[in-house]
Design a protein around this ligand. Structure first.
Ligand code: CA
Length: 241
């Protein structure tokens, strides 16, 4: 699978190219938006697009790319503003990753985006390793989690989650009722090499509770971590929901 990396910072592009290479990806690296737009003529299977580029705004690159190609785009951004990401997604990007992130996490996103978009791609079948097919949707009370389509429904209505919120919910739902430590969650949902404050975890838990409409879905085990519980249910007894 051939990736086009548009990133002006060699300190990021270097390790990223090397790391992705270990996963079997071929990376073409360019440092400007103009070179990136020219680079799409090489028909990459996926574009990794940094939003902070020296010659043009990454969002403009995204818009231009999308106007000429259905190639999947993952935005890479150092910007904290949610607005930029939302605009990017509206412009047709398929996903985004905020710096800092690890290669393992990026690879997971690449595979997820490729799975989501593969029916519509004008490219040959992706050569990445097969991901085991997930079983049908998981039902937890009124909550339905579909790992294949990465969709969540509550009382039949879709709950719009960010990719990370979905990963967090899916991880907790793998073993409802069990307390997962903060470190376990960071290692699995974020990255084993994630360095930085884990308050991002609390922010994601808060967002999930808000979106699920009931804080009881995710309970805090003080000083330890979090667990998923079906509100009103007694998961400790091993009820299947
Ligand atoms: Ca940059």
């Amino acid at each position: 699978m051939r990736l086009l990396l548009i990133e002006d910072d060699d300190r990021i592009a270097g390790p990223l190219t090397e790391g992705l290479g270990r996963y079997g990806f071929t990376v073409d690296h360019v440092r400007t938006g103009a070179a990136g737009l020219a680079g799409t003529h090489g028909s990459p299977d996926l574009v990794l697009l940094d939003l902070g580029l020296p010659d043009m705004d990454g969002l403009d690159v995204c818009r231009n790319l999308r106007a000429r190609s259905a190639v999947p785009i993952i935005m890479i951004t150092a910007r904290g503003e949610e607005a930029d990401r939302i605009v990017g997604l509206e412009l047709g990007a398929d996903d985004y990753l905020a710096k800092p992130f690890g290669v393992r996490e990026l690879v997971a996103r690449i595979r997820a985006v490729t799975r989501r978009t593969s029916g519509a791609l004008p490219f040959s079948a992706p050569a990445h390793q097969a991901v085991p097919e997930a079983p049908g949707p998981q039902l937890l009370g009124s909550l339905e989690i579909n790992r294949r389509t990465r969709q969540v429904h509550l009382h039949g209505a879709e709950v719009p989650l960010t990719p990370r919120e979905f990963d967090l919910l899916a991880f907790l739902a793998d073993d409802p009722g069990t307390v997962h430590s903060r470190q376990q969650i960071m290692d699995t949902v974020w990255d084993p090499h994630f360095f930085g404050p884990t308050k991002t975890l609390d922010a994601h838990v808060a967002a999930l509770r808000r979106k699920l409409g009931d804080p009881a879905w995710i309970t805090t085990a003080r000083g330890v971590g979090f667990r998923l519980t079906v509100p009103g249910d007694h998961m400790e007894a091993g009820a299947a929901g």
